[in-house]
Every structure is written in C-alpha cells, then in structure tokens.
Ligand binder design. Sequence first.
Ligand SMILES: [Fe+2]
Ligand SMILES: [Fe+2]
Length: 268
Amino acid sequence: MDMENYLNKNIKEIINQFPKIADILNEYDIACAPCNVGTCLLKDVVEVHNLSAEAEHELLKKIATIIFSGKSVEIPKIKRKVAHAAGQIKYSPPIKKLVDEHVFIKKLLAAIPVMLESIDVSHAEDKQIILDSIDFIRSYADKYHHAKEEALLFKKFEDIEIIKAMLEEHDIGRGHVKAVIEAVEKKDNQKIIERLTAYRELLKDHIKKEDDLLYPWLDKNLSVSEIGELFTKFSGIDKQYEAASQKYEGFANKIEEKIQNKEVLQND
Ligand SMILES: [Fe+2]
Ligand SMILES: [Fe+2]
C-alpha cells in the first residue's frame, strides 16, 4: 500500500490503526478523532481544510512517517477540484442564507445549558420551554434548514464521504430529539439533560464545520449556474416558510434575551 491508498481510506480506520495521526491532525486544527461518524476519506478531510501547498505537504509527510515508520515514500499532492483563497470567507448568496440560519440555531444552542440548569419537567413552565425548544429544532433547524441542505445543496455532492458524514450527523441529531421527547413524556429529567446536551454538542460542532470548512469548499465547487439555481430554490422555500421562519427566529431572539436576563426557569 502506498500513500495514495491511505488518502482514500476513511479517517477513523486510519486513526484506529495509527492513533498518533490524531495528534498530527490536531496540530493543523483538523479535529477528526472526536468525530461521531469518521467515515470521511483522509484526502477529502485534508482538501476541505484548505491548507497552503507547503502545509499540506508537511502534514502528509508527518502522516506518512507514522504509517511507513520513517521509510521515505512519495507524498502525493491532493487534487483539488477548485483551490480557494484562504482568509476571510465570502459566501455566495444561497450559502449565506444557510449561514444566517445557523445564527438563530446557535442562539438556541447557547441557551440550552442555562435552560437545563434546574430543569424539572413536572413543572408546567419547564416542560413548556423544553417543548418549545424541541419545536424550534424540529421545525426550524430540521424541517426548514436541514431540508435545504439535504434536499438541495448536499444533493449535488452526494457521493462524497464528508457529505455522507454530515447527513449522518443530521440523523444522530434527530435521534437525540426523539429521545428528549420520550423523556419529557416520562418526566425523566436526567435523560432530557443528557440527550439535549448531546444534541447541543453535536450541532455546535456540525455548524462550525459547515461555516468554516464545508460551505466555503462547496461554494467554490459550485458553478455559477448551480449557485443561481440554489438561490432560486432557497428563495422559494423561504417564501413558503416565511411566516413560520419569522416566528421561530423571533423565538430564538426571545430565548437569547431571556437567558441574558436569566429569566429562564426560575422555579424554586
Ligand atoms: Fe448540516
Ligand atoms: Fe447547517
């Protein structure tokens, strides 16, 4: 097996076989070891991080040293479909819409720890705030936002392992949400805390990956006509969900405000 073979292997397999590679990736801010999915191919992971040619070569050399125990091997250059400039990210208009939606989702995620601090769903008010948050997650984060990603944007890159991993994270998130709803019915506060916290961790990382890495990379790999088509389709969805999205964005703003004023869940 040469280095090229390893580039086409999935990251979890490589890290399992050579745990030190996780530390090397970390040096380059590539945090693959804690990933929930781990099916991304090494070459895609490196490509999406958009390192300079020198840094990429240096990183692959370090990885090769571990894999081939110091034996000198040829370091391939990863083929990039499109190179993109590092530095300030400039999103295309349809991708910018998704980034803007993340802002509201992040407001809810930020509120979760305070919300859970003294949660007791046998109190009607506590129960309501959990149910309202779940409603936001299902209707806004999932149906509205993830629908744009799943049905339109990610559809164009379906055969890429990174996209499959992102879709799997959406599914893991749905699993957490389902478990929270069941726990509310059973008044199981501990389970609510566990699964809502897990959801928050998952989605926080997921959104960061999309904003910082995946979206800029997808953007550069979309043609002008594809960007136009996405914009038209996203605008159609926005129109269809106009009233609902305004309501949920208002909810996220309100919950952010409440958290800042520490008004959430003050039962004694
Ligand atoms: Fe996503
Ligand atoms: Fe997203």
